[in-house]
Design a protein around this ligand. Structure first.
Ligand code: HEC
Length: 142
């Protein structure tokens, strides 16, 4: 399967699960809202880097900076992994590693966007998508 199809399939699994009613003020509701924001931003970057939308450097830079910031905030809503004494310390550590990898990928992308070169941003977008997928593969609830 081409790389984008794999990524899209992984994300689609969530959109279906998202139809269940969830209290928007619960940790789950908050993390879903933040994840949807990540999806919205990463879809714009994906579109511009794959030619589905025109590559406009200023837009790309603005969105990649927004993604870099949005990448920091969802994790506070995962009490099972960031409690002082998590129930499953190994899972908590792995989750922390996955969030760090993802944040680093968004830093790399924001830096690449500053070059204004499509050739530079493309691999950086792939890296971000891979790090979304890597976390989902392990941590998405069924
Ligand atoms: C460190 C782990 C991790 C990373 C990185 C991550 N996610 Fe998620 N994501 C999750 C988990 C866990 C859930 C399930 C949250 C829940 O329903 O409680 C989720 C849920 C989602 C959902 C469904 C939200 C809903 O309404 O149910 C979408 C869409 C999503 N993620 C997109 C993304 C995108 C796009 C990226 C990368 C730009 C990303 N995620 C990066 C862990 C991660």
């Amino acid at each position: 399967m081409p790389r984008f199809a794999l990524f899209a399939a992984l994300i689609a699994a969530f959109s279906l699960a998202a139809c269940q009613r969830v209290d928007p003020n619960s940790p789950q509701g908050k993390r879903q809202t933040e994840m949807k924001q990540l999806l919205k931003l990463s879809e714009q970057l994906s579109g511009m880097s794959r030619g589905r939308q025109p590559f406009v450097v200023a837009d790309f830079q603005r969105v990649s900076t927004a993604l870099q910031q949005a990448a920091r905030t969802p994790w506070q809503h995962f009490p099972e992994y960031n409690a002082a004494k998590p129930v499953d310390a190994r899972a908590a550590k792995a989750f922390g590693q996955a969030t760090a990898n993802f944040e680093a990928a968004t830093d790399h992308l924001a830096a690449a966007a500053k070059t204004g070169s499509l050739d530079d941003v493309r691999p950086a977008v792939w890296k971000v998508e891979d790090s979304c997928s890597a976390c989902h593969r392990v941590f998405r609830p069924e």
